[in-house]
Design a protein around this ligand. Structure first.
Ligand code: TRP
Length: 343
């Protein structure tokens, strides 16, 4: 019996934030570590998705490798044969299945995708690739019969589309695809704290995001550690003058408590108790600033120490294995639509 598959794609991105790290990367790496006995874990870099919006192509190849190294630096075990780390464009079945699925996808349905509408509004260089993005994502998932797909809120509509096209193809052609679990079951499986939010330091009512107006509120994994510490010192607080966890009344202080707990690997409650009633925000901030500084030094050192040859070897091994798995699904679909002889 083959194992059920947990699959996720993490975009090549060299400006990941502390929020991406704790809210996205670490939970997924944790899932990979703890569930690889019962599940096949597919973690891949959707490199074909990386230029649905304009990109600097001269940097892309290095950036993709860098993303793979980031996972390793963040603790992804690559000596585990149930964990696969691969690049989408190295498994050509992704592109081939996308074309077939395209021809069973309604133009109207794609036009209604919220992410497409958001990303294409007031732009004049909108590509067909951006429009088609969810179909490629459906192919990513269906090729491996993935059951669990941890994605952020912004991707749930794409996951619903994947279920929809899988069900339609199954109805028409017999059981071709495993339909991934609905979003509710995904949440039940992965737990809700996957959606953990680190807020912007300057505007702590907004999620920390690289698209913020100012970089002062955003800590990037590539930030100079002492510059990042200064960002913490400059974080917006309030005039209450006592440290307490109250995200509504004291969003800035609450955010710093959260960041401190994550960096220390301690339960939030412990950190809240330790600081309860502290009246000098400056002291509290400089503690968190030191934590951020130390964390970035450690992370950047381990990233620099990741052995590139080992990572490339892992990618190539996984890509060879995935070409076989994905190729089997593609062949079944090709048979079903009449491109290959029937079984
Ligand atoms: N679209 C996802 C994102 O932007 C990345 C992605 C591509 C993905 N293909 C996927 C995620 C398949 C999960 C499954 O975050």
């Amino acid at each position: 019996m083959t194992k059920p598959v947990i699959l996720t794609g993490l975009r090549a991105n060299n400006d990941l934030t502390l929020g991406n790290y704790f809210g996205g990367m670490l939970p997924i790496i944790d899932t990979a570590k703890t569930r690889s006995d019962e599940y096949q874990i597919n973690m891949f870099i959707p490199d074909l998705h990386s230029f649905t919006t304009p990109t600097d192509h001269s940097q892309l190849y290095e950036q993709i490798l860098q993303t793979a190294k980031l996972f390793v630096a963040a603790g992804l075990p690559i000596d585990n044969e149930n964990i696969h780390l691969y690049r989408q464009s190295h498994v050509s079945a992704h592109s081939e299945l996308t074309w077939i699925l395209d021809c069973f996808t309604g133009f109207g349905q794609m036009s209604r995708m919220t992410q497409f509408k958001d990303k294409s509004s007031d732009k004049d260089d909108v590509s067909v690739g951006l429009f088609n993005y969810p179909v490629l994502m459906a192919a990513d998932i269906l090729l491996y019969g993935a059951r669990y797909v941890p994605v952020g809120d912004d991707q749930t509509q794409h996951l619903e589309f994947t279920r929809d096209i899988a069900e339609r193809m199954n109805t028409r052609f017999g059981n071709l695809f495993t339909v991934p679990e609905p979003v509710k079951k995904q949440h039940a499986f992965f737990g809700n704290d996957q959606g953990l939010r680190i807020m912007d330091l300057v505007d702590p009512t907004r999620k920390m995001s690289k698209s913020a107006n100012s970089e002062k509120g955003v800590i990037f994994l590539s930030d100079d550690p002492s510059a990042a510490a200064k960002k913490v010192m400059g974080a917006t607080t309030d005039d209450k003058a006592f440290v307490a966890f109250d995200p509504l009344e004291q969003p800035g202080i609450s955010n710093l408590l959260q960041i401190s707990a994550l960096l220390a690997g301690e339960p939030l409650e412990t950190v809240i108790e330790r600081h309860a009633g502290q009246t000098r925000y400056g002291d509290f901030k400089s503690e968190v600033a030191t934590q951020v500084n130390d964390f970035l030094i450690r992370f950047q050192t381990s990233l620099a120490n990741v052995d590139e040859a080992t990572v490339i070897k892992k990618l190539e091994q996984s890509e060879a294995a995935m070409n076989i798995q994905a190729g089997e699904t593609l062949y079944k679909v090709q048979q079903a639509v009449g491109l290959r002889p029937k079984a």
